[in-house]
Design a protein. Sequence first.
Length: 189
Amino acid sequence: MPRVSVREQLIEHAEDVFRLKGFNAASVRDITEAAGVPKGSFYNHFTGKQDLASEIVARYARATDFSTLSDEGPALERLHRHLTGQIDRVRASGVEFGCLLGTLAGDGATAGRRVRESVREALDSWTEAMTGTIAEGQATGEITADRSPAALAVFLLDLLEGATLRAKVVGDQSSVADEVAIALDALRA
């Protein structure tokens, strides 16, 4: 079986460190200890924490499953399946970790330009994916047309990220699904 590269070890373990501690509180030492590699090896692969965090955000965004948004069926059901899938993704990796995007967005003001841009790009892609489904729902009369599809997508994403942050603090994710259901009901035409 091939060995995992030091770079991959750093990426794999740094995501958990950043999600648990946030960007600012996570040190290079925390990351290298979690990865089980010498501290000096970090700088052989990354110029600094921003470089590593940007890579992790890009990978996290690529791993986000948007397939349910383009499935057949009513738009609200597809949105529900997608958002529930994201809730399950956070639950599977640990409620105490929350969502990587929400955690790093919380550090955005002090995490640096590269991290902010990476998180913004990931959130923009996610918003765009949901916007299309919402537009379809508006076209069929299923979803209210009182707001633009993009504004409703931002609303849903902000609700999900905010509810996930709250769940991270209280250590219980059970209310996140209820909040998503309330929001989707409010979108009905």
